[in-house]
Write a protein of this length. Structure first.
Length: 171
């Protein structure tokens, strides 16, 4: 009897583990379209230079678009925003055609990116920007041209949270 109970518990644990694995599948990024509108500014992303962001929420087909990475990271820090996040993507500026045209399909998971903060480049709404790259060498080249320092996701998010608190929130 005890052996059957242990086997049953093990089977349930295995099934639960499979469910968790399935839940960890990260949905792919969406292609940036001409009609993508910024969550905070309500403006077309195509009207702004610099890297963009998209947050995919569980149970929703359309991404939440951001005209800047700063706004993307701010969303994550605000208690009133949704927390059912399936994925956070930012423009991979290592693969961007230019600052003015950051690309429609060159996304990198924010948690996997390195960011340049405190550079001389401004984001989509004219504020300080956390500039994302898929490679540290590309980030270093950017620092050589535009100054700043390289940080990882957690520090970039904290930096943006501090900036947002000082300026009253997202731009």
């Amino acid at each position: 009897m005890i052996r059957r109970l242990l086997v049953a518990i093990a089977a349930v644990a295995l099934l639960a583990g499979c469910s968790k694995e399935e839940a960890r599948v990260v949905p792919p990024a969406h292609t940036l379209t001409a009609d993508a509108t910024g969550h905070y500014c309500g403006m077309l992303l195509s009207e702004h230079a610099g890297p963009k962001g998209q947050i995919l929420l569980e149970g929703q087909d359309a991404p939440v678009w951001f005209s800047s990475v700063r706004d993307t990271l701010t969303f994550l820090n605000l208690p009133e925003e949704a927390k059912n996040i399936a994925a956070v993507y930012v423009s991979d500026m290592a693969k961007a055609p230019s600052w003015e045209q950051p690309g429609a399909d060159n996304w990198v998971l924010a948690a996997n990116a390195v960011f340049v903060v405190d550079s001389d480049r401004q984001g989509g709404m004219g504020g300080a920007e956390a500039v994302p790259f898929s490679s540290e060498s590309a980030a270093q080249a950017f620092v050589g041209q535009h100054h700043g320092r390289i940080v990882h996701f957690d520090e970039a998010a904290k930096s943006v949270a501090g900036d947002a608190a000082g300026s009253g929130g997202a731009q």
